[in-house]
Design a protein around this ligand. Structure first.
Ligand code: ASP
Ligand code: MG
Length: 280
């Protein structure tokens, strides 16, 4: 079995991309400046992680994406409103870029690896439009279309195995790493969309179910799910273990550590979810 690494955007990146869209409503040059900041930050990180021959094609793709983003937001000043799909398509680039950035690093290690653009695989139906609020209980009723997604995932795997020789790997000794874009998905009509703010957790559990994974580890910047918000309640402590529905209830009442829908695919498939602190 391969290991999947489902990635979110770099810190602050999604917020910056939202600013690109919002600024474009009345100041295109300001939007372009925010976008330049975003691209420069991403490229600086990329260059730190891999040598020029690995970096070059990825950097070129990131610049092309940025040019696309600019042309998408150019019309906003005229229409004076942000169509929901515009926000969805632009904000998703944070994950598209971070997945390729991690892939660049993995290529330097010699491990067998590839990346999955979830906009080609994960097909969803959403009940509402727009991104939602970070840490909110509302997930916009996004539902994966399992049959179609499963079909596309196995198509992706066949092509990737062939391309990368995944079939010849001695799985007892090592396994390939697939970097997957969190957060982003596609509609049945083929429009780029997202799983709403903090949706990468949900992406991780969706892909875990798809791949029949043995476990999911959520790498966070806290030691787990706390009894209360530790910034407000000094006595709060991490809960050693809790049931899926308890985790969902906490997420529903505003615990920001896990996305409220993220438990659903794991309940269906009885996959355990671990919360780990990346800094520990
Ligand atoms: N990058 C997205 C966000 O900031 C998704 C995520 O982080 O899970 O909401
Ligand atoms: Mg995030």
């Amino acid at each position: 079995m391969p290991t999947m690494a489902v990635v979110s955007a770099m810190g602050g990146m999604t917020d910056l991309l939202i600013k690109v869209v919002d600024a474009a409503l009345d100041d295109f040059d300001l939007a372009a400046t925010y976008l330049d900041d975003a691209v420069e930050r991403q490229l600086a990180t990329l260059q730190e992680l891999a040598p020029p021959d690995v970096v070059a094609p990825i950097a070129a793709r990131i610049r092309d994406d940025a040019a696309d983003v600019l042309s998408v937001v150019r019309s906003l000043r005229m229409i004076k409103t942000v169509p929901a799909v515009t926000m969805e398509v632009v904000t998703g680039f944070g994950e598209i870029w971070s997945a390729q950035t991690l892939l660049a690093y993995l290529r330097t290690t010699g491990v067998a690896c590839d990346w999955v653009d979830a906009r080609q695989v994960l097909v969803v139906k959403s009940e509402s439009e727009g991104l939602g609020e970070k840490g909110s209980a509302a997930t916009g009723g996004v539902r994966p279309l399992w049959e179609e997604t499963t079909r596309r995932m196995s198509g992706w795997w066949d092509a990737a195995s062939e391309r990368n020789g995944f079939g010849e790997i001695d799985y007892a000794a090592s396994s390939p790493i697939l970097v997957v874009t969190g957060f982003v998905a596609v509609t049945e009509q083929g429009a780029p969309t997202t799983l709403k703010r903090s949706g990468s957790d949900f992406s991780a559990t969706i892909f875990a179910k798809l791949m029949a994974a043995s476990r999911v580890t959520m790498w966070k910047n806290t030691d787990g799910v706390y009894t209360a918000d530790p910034r407000r309640v000094p006595e709060a402590f991490p809960i050693a273990s809790l049931k899926y529905d308890e985790a969902m209830e906490l997420a529903y009442f505003g615990a920001q550590v896990l996305h409220p829908s993220a438990m659903l695919p794991c309940i269906d498939a009885s996959i355990p979810v671990y919360v780990r602190n990346i800094f520990n």
